[in-house]
Ligand binder design. Structure first.
Ligand code: NAD
Length: 461
């Protein structure tokens, strides 16, 4: 490993976290952590390590382990750990009472070697440049793993959408798009929904970009309403992929298997619906308002109607309440974390009783927890495989937009299933052959394909 200490950082990532972290971090993490610890001279030397930084540390550690297995040289390793572009923008927003607020927005393009950058936009108060960088990196490996011609990107705005009126939300979205306009486009970087954003957000993104371009550009964004060129099957695609990968991992009949779902948003609520349709018993669900349990099986549609009416699952009368922590630790066949990163940790991993964890969310399991689960014999279908259904159907939507055609729900679903099952089989085969976890195998395949593409293209100039 070349000694890079004291040299100027090779990335334009803007980071406020100091180091010092390297001293206590595992050696593998120390190797890559310099990549994102550019400290402006005015930054105090000690800053708390937030969840975004933890997500990025996890992503770098996973990369480092895959790079070790692949025998990548230091230069390539550094290249893969470094985002190609990283943009932080200020988003001024006029509030309903006439005041002006300014929030921070981000867009990170981690890698564009295999195709245009692709990744969601998150609206969440705690999102930061570290989290967005980690999510962009995972997108790169995910797209390579399922064999679609994209690099990885992610965007975010540090705002709580629930605290904004619809008009304020529209103004934030349009101004954010305006600020990141120079780096997005249908052949450059294509946003999609993520936490706190939805079809309506994508419609505003499409409209703002198109107005500025002077022509309709549906391919600039995916996850749009179908009336604007969205694809049949996109809304439920991530959840369908979660079910497909869970069924592959379970083997045998799904009938009667018990399922707990953390997060009852786009991914979690859809997954609960599909598990129930497949004959499983969805016994517990949580969202930010609370958690509910019914061992005889929840009525997912009734719970969804309640959550839509009241703003969350809390208070649902036909089930018992339980705590957020208790939901994760239930004795079930399948646990689907479908909320945020870092929820299964070294602290609670030994209490997870699910036989199978299927990661609807990105980064829900920390590397320490991963080891504890593996030692306990718990199978984890990793995020970059389990939740890849969303970007697969985003890709299908983009192809339809570029060709000005539209495919039926059946056609889209068949392609989604084929790509998910092929990726699962490849990961399972490598896991069995090398005696490594599904996550380790998924990263070896994803990182390996990106590394190979770099090698073939060569380094310019
Ligand atoms: P969403 O905003 O629609 O839903 C998030 C849900 O998580 C909400 O129900 C929220 O109340 C809940 N939540 C938040 N904090 C929680 C907590 N502490 N405990 C329990 N629930 C909590 O977001 P989404 O699009 O469903 O995304 C969820 C996860 O899936 C994210 O990690 C995202 O990156 C990942 N993902 C989403 C997609 C997609 O197509 N939307 C694709 C791939 C991965």
């Amino acid at each position: 490993m070349p000694c890079l200490a004291g040299k100027k950082p090779v990335t334009n990532v803007i980071v406020t976290n100091s180091s010092g972290r390297g001293n206590g971090a595992p050696p593998a993490l120390r190797r890559l952590s310099f990549m994102t610890t550019m400290v402006p001279s005015t930054t105090p030397a000690t800053t708390l390590i937030g969840p975004g930084r933890q997500a990025l540390d996890s992503a770098l550690l996973q990369l480092d382990r895959a790079a070790d297995r692949l025998g990548l040289d230091d230069g390539l390793r550094t290249m893969l750990a470094t985002p190609r572009r990283s943009l932080t923008v200020s988003v001024p927003v006029r509030r309903e009472d006439g005041r002006m607020d300014v929030v921070q927005g981000f867009r990170v393009q981690h890698n564009t070697t295999r195709g245009p950058a692709k990744g969601g936009v998150r609206f969440h108060p705690s999102t930061d440049i570290h989290e967005v960088t980690a999510l962009a990196m995972w997108m790169t490996w995910k797209c390579a793993l399922v064999g679609i011609p994209y690099g990885g990107a992610k965007g975010g705005v540090a705002v709580d959408p629930a605290s904004l009126s619809t008009r304020e939300l529209e103004r934030v979205t349009r101004r954010y798009v305006n600020e990141i306009m120079p780096i997005i486009g249908p052949d450059r970087d294509i946003p999609a929904p993520d936490v706190g954003t939805d079809e309506q957000t994508m419609a505003w993104i499409m409209d703002t970009y198109s107005i500025n371009a002077g022509r309709p550009v549906p391919g600039v964004v995916t996850g749009k309403p179908t009336i604007l060129g969205g694809s049949a099957g996109r809304a439920g695609a991530t959840s369908r992929g979660v079910l497909i990968s869970a069924l592959k991992a379970l083997g045998g009949s799904p009938a009667g298997r018990t399922v707990a779902v953390q997060g009852f948003g786009k991914v979690g609520a859809g997954a609960a619906r599909y598990f129930a349709d497949a004959g499983c018993r969805v016994v517990a669900v949580s969202d930010v308002t609370g958690a509910v349990v019914d061992r005889s099986g929840l009525d997912v549609d009734a719970l969804r109607a309640w959550a839509e009416e009241t703003g969350g699952v809390y208070g649902y009368r036909h089930a018992d309440a339980l705590s957020h922590d208790e939901l994760l630790e239930l004795d079930v066949d399948v646990l689907v974390p479908a909320a945020l990163e870092g929820v299964i940790t070294a602290e609670n991993a030994s209490r997870i009783r699910a036989r199978l964890v299927v990661e609807g969310a990105n980064g829900p399991t920390t590397p320490e927890a991963d080891r504890i689960l593996a030692d306990a014999g718990t199978t984890v279908v990793p995020d970059i495989l389990a939740n890849a259904g969303g970007v697969i159907v985003s890709y299908l939507e983009w192809v339809q937009n570029l060709q000005a055609c539209s495919w039926s729900a059946g056609e889209v679903d068949a392609k989604l299933r084929g790509l998910m099952e092929d990726a699962f089989d490849a990961v399972a085969a490598m896991s069995a052959e090398r005696g490594i976890t599904l996550r380790e195998a998924a990263h070896v395949i994803g990182v390996g394909r990106v590394a190979e593409t770099h090698r073939m293209r060569g380094l310019y100039p």
